[in-house]
Design a binder for this molecule. Structure first.
Ligand SMILES: [Zn+2]
Length: 450
């Protein structure tokens, strides 16, 4: 595994003398300072909500909350907001919903959601919102180690999804930008061989796909120094990361965001001790218990779901929005000097299932499957019937193998054995070739529901 220079926020081998923290004042402040900054912004945001959000006025009213300011320290008095609540608000008054808090003519940018859990929805931004997302994203990508002397190829499309906002961020940092779009492996490889970029932004599954292609061709590329993954878990799973690193020679770390909040909200510094929160002053994050939804303290070792509140969002502000990810908070000093909290994703709440009373996340299965390279590609998913959270063993798992791989009689049993040994439940593995498994370039779902 590649190691970052100790106690710096720089990538291995990077000797540049720039400050490696973009927004030193915000990113190094302690909790009391962050709270004071948050409260000041929230006071204004509260007024904005009360004046302009039919949606939140009604929701707060239903919860018995009047127009008097509820401080951030008491924010757990306010109701939580789910993805379904926002969808309802949009459906009530399309296209922008009863949660739109500005006149339509102030909306200057609109992204769409993937609609993986229903019809696509829209995200409206004012110029101020565009700037806010760019500010947070810039902290995030700068944290990952991308600075102005780097050349970045992005496989994120300009739209319709929020990942397209990354182009504003790269321009703000001042990198060289090589815009591409999803799924064009040939052009990525061309650019790699030509040496026109040294940093790649991609989903971990596409990075795996590229690594598999390079490995199959026995090709060694020298120009690639850094891969930043986002959009899905994987870049933080050691087995996945190590394979991509060993084939490409690049340093791999990850970023993460939530479309309804900010597309790049957490960035992992080269110290790789979890992803730093980058939303200071613009987004307030809370940890809630995954079942009871009671507030929890953000402290090392705590496991819960994050809920987010916008402090400066104009068009589509949310209050206590449930992100849907189960996270573990990481502790201790991070060598990079940021004081922001760090976390790693354990899994999507929706993807979690229970086998004989034990909670299982598909990312744990991914980590086991990844050990079987190069006989497998590294992609896998759990097949679940209907909406049942409980799954009876043997748990059906589909594992992708390279196209044209010769029949590997022992592989299926070996993976089943390894899952049993590591995760303690029985599974039934089905091996599927790449062409049968589906596109590698899009967001890979770790669960297939039938
Ligand atoms: Zn750090």
């Amino acid at each position: 595994m590649k190691a970052a220079d100790q106690a710096t926020g720089r990538l291995p081998g990077d000797t540049c003398d720039r400050d490696w923290i973009w927004d030193r004042e915000v990113e190094t402040e302690d909790h009391a300072q962050a709270l004071a900054r948050g409260e000041a912004a929230w006071e204004q945001q509260w007024r904005h909500l009360m004046e302009s959000s039919a949606f939140y006025r009604r929701r707060f009213g239903e919860a018995g909350i009047g127009p008097d300011l509820v401080r951030l320290t008491d924010i757990s008095r306010l109701p939580l907001t789910s993805k379904a609540d926002l969808k309802e608000a949009i459906d009530e008054l399309p296209p922008f919903g009863t949660n739109l808090c500005v006149p339509e003519e102030r909306v200057k940018r609109v992204y769409q959601t993937s609609g993986t859990s229903g019809a696509p929805s829209v995200l409206a931004l004012t110029p101020g919102d565009i700037e806010m997302w760019t500010t947070i994203g810039t902290r995030t990508y700068y944290t990952s180690g991308i600075h102005d002397h780097h050349s970045v190829l992005s496989t994120f499309g300009a739209g319709p999804f929020v990942a397209g906002h990354t182009y504003f961020v790269l321009a703000r940092i001042g990198t060289r930008v090589v815009p591409l779009g999803p799924g064009d492996a040939d052009r990525v490889l061309f650019g790699m061989r030509a040496g026109i970029f040294d940093t790649l932004l991609t989903t971990p599954s596409f990075a795996q796909y590229l690594a598999n292609r390079l490995e199959a061709g026995g090709e060694h590329v020298k120009s690639l120094a850094h891969i930043v993954t986002g959009g899905e878990p994987g870049g933080g799973i050691p087995a996945v990361r190590d394979h991509i690193e060993s084939v490409t020679g690049a340093f791999v770390n990850e970023v993460m965001g939530i479309g309804d909040i900010a597309p790049s909200l957490f960035g992992e510094c080269p110290g790789r001790q979890g992803m730093h929160f980058s939303g200071g002053g613009h987004v307030w994050a809370e940890l809630v218990h995954p079942d009871s939804r009671e507030p929890m303290t953000i402290e090392p070792g705590a496991i819960g779901e994050l809920a987010y509140t916008h402090l400066t969002r104009e068009a589509h502000p949310v209050v206590r929005f449930l992100g849907g990810d189960l996270v573990e908070v990481h502790g201790g000093d991070c060598g990079c000097g940021r004081a922001t909290f760090r976390m790693r994703i354990i899994g999507r709440r929706d993807d979690m299932f229970i086998v004989r009373g034990v909670n299982v996340y598909p990312s744990a299965i991914l980590a086991v499957v990844a050990r079987f390279r190069p006989r497998v590609t590294g992609r896998a998913r759990v097949v679940r019937k209907g909406a049942n959270v409980s799954v009876e063993p043997p748990v059906p798992i589909e594992v992708e193998i390279p196209d044209g791989a010769s029949a590997d009689a022992g592989l299926k049993e070996e993976i089943e054995k390894a899952v049993r040994a590591t995760l303690t439940f029985r599974c039934r593995v089905e091996l599927i070739t790449e062409s049968g498994f589906g596109e590698a370039s899009y967001k890979t779902r770790l669960t297939r529901k039938t």
